[in-house]
Design a binder for this molecule. Structure first.
Ligand code: RIB
Ligand code: CA
Length: 313
């Protein structure tokens, strides 16, 4: 079964690994990359996405999206995690292409109208483009097959604050709009991504089975691994963004739970994703909120093998 997707992304090193996974897998049809600020400024995200498409020999639209959060100041970005260039400071030569003239949000709406009910939005950065698309086309939930996001932290702590994960924290008001929309949303948060650490050996395997794309990920992830390995006994990194894509291909690798979801926008708890599982609250603040699916467990070994097998194709 083929999955038509739009990948909304802030590349970013784990974004790059996820984008290449999507390009590699025969069951995934990437209609376009829609970029957003987050790990890096949106201009850099768009340039990096064009470079990734060029390296993977993919001629698909790359759109530039929102440059700052729905509310609040411009982001300070995550260059300390992804490098000044968003690719681990490997000075990879930027491709020459230009973004598609449509904004990310407009592209999402246009494609949803062109392929009603067929597209899965896979969002692996902050959610401003999806929120804007919902404002451009209020019927978007009826036109979209489903939404899968890397973001949030349901039953574990955050990675930007004790309660908030980066993609949601970066644009909490946009996330609130996206979580409240009447579509099928599945959240792959830190509950599963931090439960699946990757060693330098995994990077070596990716490079071995795919010297071009795997080699890029291997090289770019050296800086990224240094960040994640501070205060760790073993070198480690986390490929957060590929999980929603892996779920499209092998849903049985994941355990999902369903609950009512709220996103906090107050300054202290900005970006917290609180999930009320069945029969855990009588609060209308949660019972009247949309229900979403949340990934709570993943089979690490089979997931890792899926990544390697897909890069090897
Ligand atoms: O918290 C991890 C998420 O934030 C990932 O999508 C990473 O690329 C960053 O965007
Ligand atoms: Ca990302």
């Amino acid at each position: 079964m083929s999955h038509k997707i739009i990948l909304d992304t802030d590349p970013g090193i784990d974004d790059a690994m996820a984008i290449f996974f999507a390009f590699q897998h025969p069951e995934i049809d990437v209609l376009g990359l829609t970029t957003v600020f987050g790990n890096v400024p949106v201009d850099m995200a768009a340039k990096n996405a064009i470079t990734l498409c060029d390296l993977a020999k993919q001629s698909i639209p790359v759109c530039k999206g929102v440059a700052r959060p729905w509310v609040g100041p411009e982001s300070t970005y995550a260059h300390f995690v992804h490098g000044d260039d968003g690719f681990g400071n490997i000075d990879y030569p930027a491709a020459k292409g230009e973004p598609d003239p449509r904004s990310s949000a407009q592209f999402i709406v246009d494609m949803a109208r062109q392929y009603p009910g067929e597209i899965t939005l896979v969002a692996i950065g902050p959610l401003g483009n999806l929120a804007l698309a919902l404002r451009l086309e209020p019927d978007l939930p009826k036109l979209i097959k489903g939404v899968s996001i890397m973001g949030g932290a349901a039953f574990v702590g955050g990675n930007v604050t004790p309660v908030a994960e980066a993609n949601i924290w970066n644009d909490a008001y946009a996330a609130e709009i996206v979580f409240a929309a009447d579509w099928e949303l599945t959240m792959f948060g830190l509950d599963v991504t931090y439960a699946c650490p990757f060693s330098p050996d995994f990077l070596t395997q990716l490079k071995s089975v795919n010297p071009s794309l795997g080699g890029f990920v291997h090289d770019a992830a050296q800086f990224y691994t240094q960040f994640y390995s501070q205060n760790e006994e073993q070198d480690v990194c986390y490929f957060h963004d590929a999980m929603p894509l892996a779920h499209l291909i092998e849903p049985s690798l994941f355990e999902l739970k369903t609950g009512h979801a709220r996103v906090s926008t107050d300054p202290l708890n900005q970006g917290q994703t609180s999930i009320a599982l069945p029969n855990t609250t009588a609060s209308p603040d949660w019972l009247e909120a949309q229900t979403i699916k949340v990934a709570t467990k993943v089979n690490n070994q089979q997931l890792t093998q899926l990544y390697i097998d897909t890069y090897a194709l």
